[in-house]
Design a protein. Sequence first.
Length: 484
Amino acid sequence: MRRGKLYVLTMVMAMALWLALFALAPALAEEQPAGGTGEGDPVSEPSETSGTQGGGAALQLVKEPSAGPCLSNFSDINTAGFGNPDNRYSWSMVNFKGKIYVGTWNLRTPLSIFQLVLGFLSPGFLAGTTSGTEVWRYDGGLTGKSWTRVVDNGLGDIDNMGLRNMVVWDDPDDVPDRGPAIYGTTINLKDGLEVWRSFDGANWEIVVGRGARIGNGFGHGASNESGRGMLAVGDHLYVGAMRVQGGQIWRTANGVDWELVTSVQKLESGLFGWIYNMGSLAMADMCLFDDDGDGEEELFVGTWRLFGFSIYKHDFASGKWSRVAEFGIRKGSNVGVHQLVPFNGRIWVLTVNFSSGFDVYASKPANPAGIRNNADWELVAEKGFTDAGNYYAWEGIVYPLDPGGDELPESRLFIGTFNLNRGFYLYSVTRGGEWAVEVGRGSRVPNGISTTLNYGVRTMALYEGRLVIGCAGMMKGTDVYLAW
């Protein structure tokens, strides 16, 4: 009861702060330069970019499709919800040893996303509404719809209602060498997130949570309710945690021992530090990118923030962090970064905007000074592109790629949306910056592909030279499609 009251109080305070600052945030986005992070870093003035790292020409704001679609076939490869309508989202997806694995969000009520919001206020709202996340492996088969369930019942805790992220990481220092493993993070509003891993896809073990060396929520319990981002970076695996008190980043060098890398509280201080700390909900998606053309990649992290997201950069060589975007870049209503996707020599920022539809930004080409502030990002699409009801640019992936994982001349960035009204859209962007509608109004494929109840593209992965699309559904179980 006490925990529920604390959630309510915290969320009420956060919402009050959001409403108070919502009108101010656009002005802050235009007037405040991206400064240091409370570590004494100076604020740099914008300068002209020089040099190129692919995509050297300036990108223009695109308001309508200018290219034709490249996908012509869409095949439904699963029974909705894998036979259980409570599996409403394909919330995570990964290609592991040549097979596709899908982690679900399991909820017994069709309220779905609204029930989850209530759960943030008090975990009691979710009591009895889930039987725990499941993981399914795609086995193909004669009909193309053969799947095997490899995890059920939340791995022994039904409060693990969803598996929010999965990545493959091969620990280079593992002795004996067991090869790569799938790592996955759960959402658990009652006890805090857990992290699991599997070296064969069939047998899973907990590495954060019950019985592990560090407890649920990396020892913070329900304060760290889920992992919103995961990234394998050489010798380490990174996890970005979602928490009302401000996001954190954790990492491991062996999969079982974890250390706190940083948090919003550590990064932000000074005049505006209280704003960043109070409004930040998550360290969300992460990517590696060489922004200054020196051949060394830096770590970029996007956040969710009630009055406009920020993006942070970590330089591994110097160990310094800096804030390189703030207040949603141009709109305080850009409350979250759903994904940071390197494509054609730029980082593409896929955003969340509940008032006017998502925006998409792309970094300017690499230059010796690197990405430093809002001036180093270009707006390339806005207002949900073709539909303001596209609140999220929810999932992005580059396709096709060569066998080594590198881009091809014909590669495109695919962006799937969240649209409760019409059902999802799927867009693609060429290396020349032209946009196409692959799925949805304006294309030959209807919104949601087979039903408008498919309101979101939640996950995508590559499988045998094709694109796998995992859906989010309101009144039905998740659908999974194969596209080429």
